[in-house]
Design a protein around this ligand. Structure first.
Ligand SMILES: Cc1cc2nc3c(=O)[nH]c(=O)nc-3n(C[C@H](O)[C@H](O)[C@H](O)COP(=O)(O)OP(=O)(O)OC[C@H]3O[C@@H](n4cnc5c(N)ncnc54)[C@H](O)[C@@H]3O)c2cc1C
Length: 368
């Protein structure tokens, strides 16, 4: 028997996960997505995303990771497939940073391995890394690669099978979060609650987020390595370069994915409806950082320069809160929203079901 009807706006990892969690709890759910399901312009749509316990000074999120992994396990069981490869994350530090001490502390408390490895041994294992200026190499476990395109596709099929009514190619023009209404080109739909998980488009539907959740155009590059590094990349774990001037993350070419490099410097500019082909300006800073992180970067073939978007808050924390009498906002802010998407979606559904208070879920989702 239905516990009420909830309308979910947005079919990225946050919206699909919230819909799944609501359907599991017996709610009738309708989900609206402006593009296809899944949609290639969503932040969530990519070949890979990193999942890890290591969180630096955002320690509250580190302590959420065991629960996050449990929800992923539940998803694998529900879809009958595992779209995840466990592997270490290797941090190449170029200079000291507070990240090291706080990460070691939280990893130690959770009993997740986090250990220094000798620089020379690391350079022998990872000959494609630029050794210049490396001061410390740290290997962490409790991590790996999630495969988002496969995850989103299976989540869509899963929730459709649970009776969630899907509205692909249906842009929501406006929401009334007091009355619980969603307006599309086809008319107005009402529900007991409306959850807005609209990613980088959130400002258009929820004006209170303007200036708080800022869309940020980010660049990534997919590459083919020169033949002499191909085998090393194929066997590589996730590599994260931590330096004042570098700051890149690299995903190895596993499971039919391509080698990818990105950085973590927010542009805080752009419109998510813009063209998504990375321009020279988009990739200029990333290219410089990649040259510092890898050996002979200019010998790599750039297969794709991609521009993508997420929202950024000042402190990089999720925004989960009530908006109006019947509305909920779920906004993953900055580059760590995929790994936590199913857990946060479960938290939003739990709050709607009355299992926890709004205040409790907001603080929890902010990793505090
Ligand atoms: C380059 C890059 C690297 C990243 N790396 C990582 C990582 O390694 N690990 C990690 O955990 N996270 C990472 N992230 C962050 C993560 O991908 C995002 O935080 C997460 O996917 C956001 O999910 P979402 O569902 O909130 O937003 P989205 O995936 O953008 O979904 C929002 C959906 O809402 C739809 N929508 C918007 N407005 C409307 C409307 N009016 N009507 C109907 N539909 C609408 C959109 O079309 C979209 O499909 C990365 C992000 C990027 C861009």
């Amino acid at each position: 028997m239905s516990r009420g009807k909830v309308l979910v706006v947005g079919g990225g990892i946050a919206g699909l996960s919230t819909a799944w969690a609501l359907a599991r709890r017996g709610f009738a759910v309708e989900l609206f997505e402006q593009g296809a399901l899944p949609y290639a312009r969503a932040s969530s749509y990519d070949e890979h995303r990193i999942i890890r316990h290591a969180y630096g000074d955002m320690e509250g999120y580190a302590y959420l990771m065991p629960s996050a992994f449990r929800v992923w396990e539940a998803l694998w069981a529900a879809i009958g497939a595992t779209h995840y490869d466990a592997m270490p994350v290797i941090y190449l530090m170029r200079g000291e940073s507070e990240w090291y001490e706080t990460t070691r502390r939280s990893m130690g408390r959770m009993g997740v391995a986090c250990e220094d490895i000798p620089i020379e041994a690391a350079m022998a294992l990872y000959p494609m890394v630029n050794p210049d200026g490396v001061t410390r190499v740290v290997r962490t476990e409790g991590a790996g690669i999630l495969y988002p395109i496969r995850i989103l596709t299976d989540l869509v099929k899963l929730i459709a099978g649970l009776g969630v009514v899907l509205h692909p190619d249906t842009r929501v023009e406006a929401v009334d979060l007091e009355a619980g209404l969603v307006r599309t080109g086809g008319g107005v739909v009402g529900g007991d609650a409306v959850v807005v998980t609209a990613g980088a488009w959130v400002n258009r539907l929820v004006p209170s987020t303007i200036g708080e959740a800022v869309p940020s155009r980010q660049a990534v590059m997919f590459l083919a390595p020169p033949p002499r590094f191909a085998a090393a990349w194929q066997a590589a774990p996730v590599l994260i370069d931590l330096g004042a001037e570098s700051g890149t993350y690299t995903l190895p070419p596993r499971a039919a994915t391509r080698l990818k490099i990105g950085d973590h410097q927010f542009t805080r500019r752009g419109d998510p409806d813009e063209d998504r082909v990375g321009t020279d300006a988009d990739v200029a800073r990333l290219t410089e950082a990649a040259r510092r992180a890898w050996q002979d970067f200019d010998e790599y073939t750039v297969l794709e320069r991609k521009a993508c978007f997420y929202t950024v808050t000042a402190d990089e924390r999720f925004l989960v809160r009530r908006e109006g009498a019947r509305g909920w906002l779920g906004s993953a802010c900055s580059g760590h929203g995929f790994k936590l998407g199913p857990l946060i979606g479960d938290g939003i559904a739990g709050a709607i079901a009355g299992e926890r208070t709004e205040a409790a879920v907001s603080v929890w989702a902010a990793g505090r």
